[in-house]
Design a protein around this ligand. Structure first.
Ligand code: HEC
Length: 155
């Protein structure tokens, strides 16, 4: 009798674990190099001082803080070595398409604008360094995007 109940309950528990733990499980599947890299990012600052950013960017920071902390700490993207618009575009899409992200197209746009703006200010040295190594086309596209986002929010 008790064995029968255990046989029923065990698979149910396993299913629940798989569902709730899907993001952590995804992290468990990372290769060692990625694990070490993201662990290092997560040890850094956990928030950004946005008090001097334009109000629209401050609002987007709220969306970023909410949506990008569901599976890992905010310090992971804050201290990551992504900085260029093309890198953020690819990464926000990648995160958005993870199962259960709850990030829609509107959120993704706001988060993207925040990350590009923030990188252009807080990680300016990294942006400049990456632009110096980019092809002329990549450089021109990145500079145009950064300029466009600044113009949109700094009114
Ligand atoms: C559904 C779970 C989930 C959500 C939501 C999520 N992430 Fe992630 N994130 C992951 C996982 C899993 C990894 C591990 C590496 C990978 O899969 O790319 C990761 C890794 C990262 C990395 C490190 C990538 C590297 O390899 O250096 C960055 C940066 C990042 N996420 C940014 C974000 C941003 C920005 C958001 C919000 C738009 C976000 N994440 C939302 C699950 C998530």
């Amino acid at each position: 009798m008790t064995t029968n109940i255990k046989l029923i309950i065990l698979p149910l528990c396993l299913t629940a674990l798989t569902l709730t733990g899907s993001a952590r499980a995804a992290d468990d599947q990372l290769d060692e190099a990625t694990k070490a890299r993201v662990a290092k990012f997560e040890q850094g600052a956990a928030s950004v001082d946005v008090s001097h950013y334009p109000s629209g960017i401050q609002e987007n920071y709220e969306v970023f803080s909410q949506k990008c902390t569901q599976c890992h700490r905010l310090s992971r993207p804050i201290n990551s070595d992504y900085a260029l618009p093309a890198e953020w575009e690819r990464y926000v899409k990648r995160m958005m398409h993870k199962p259960g992200s709850g990030i829609n197209g509107g959120d993704a746009k706001k988060i993207f604008d925040f990350l590009v703006y923030d990188s252009s200010v807080r990680k300016k040295a990294m942006v400049d360094d990456k632009l110096a190594k980019a092809t002329p086309e990549e450089k021109a596209a990145a500079e145009a995007k950064i300029k466009e986002i600044h113009a949109k929010y700094e009114k």
